[in-house]
Ligand binder design. Sequence first.
Ligand code: MLT
Length: 291
Amino acid sequence: MRSATQVTAEVLRAGTRLRVVGRAGVGVDNINVEAATQAGIVVVNAPTGNVVAAAEHTVAMLMALARNIPQADAHVRAGLWKRDKFMGVEVRGKFLGTVGLGRVAQEVARRAQGLGMNVLAYDPYVTAEYANQRGVELVDLDTLVARADFLTLHVPLTPQTRHLISRERLAIMQPTARLINVARGGIVDEQALVEAVEAGKLAGAALDVYEQEPPDADSPLRRCSNIILSPHLGGSTVEAQEKVAEDVALQVLDVLNDRPARYAVNAPIIPPRDLELLVPYIDLAERMGAL
Ligand code: MLT
């Protein structure tokens, strides 16, 4: 599945012969991985196939925000021609802050550097040296949020990252700053974001993902013209969809043929006949450990 299908514990229970769940993309927040693990069902994903697509969509959102492209497009279609309403900003020389410095963020950083931007990152899982090797300055989260001219999010949605960009963090952003979320809805407090943009405390935002997808018809996001919206298109390129489909199909075949899958999310896969041989040694190791 992609990101819309919810693979709940109930869905997993209904699959009495189910052995593998394939996620054609990276995020597994729509799968109850714990329930799958307990039922001995392997979850595989495709964490690399749509990395470039997600990074390119982030850069598209960055430029759309800097130059008001969607609003200007709607303006001309409406038969208007008020050029002074759409004064843009250059990205060259500006600070791009990325929350997370994983695969997508690194691709975004390289492209942003090509546009002449300075890249800062917050990522508790990497060292300053690792970041420096990529031309990126590693800082703490509040410093990142306060210094960024453009803040982009590249972390999964977990209990720790839910509302990471909270009302308090939005308040320390510069009023000229802009926020981009092509990662997962829920990382930003949407209500607080709308209020910050409407109060002029933030210049704008671009969202591809939402706390609820699609957002409600009366969602305040829809009325806020300084917030650009796209319908979860980060991974939607011809190239990325071919790649993730192939990555997942090959892994499903691997699991069904008792071979280890490359990107198993919930378990290193041990084929049943190997497991049979290993069980006495696991027992022995546990006893030795206890002793
Ligand atoms: C992902 O998690 O890979 C992206 O959000 C794209 C998708 O919906 O599959």
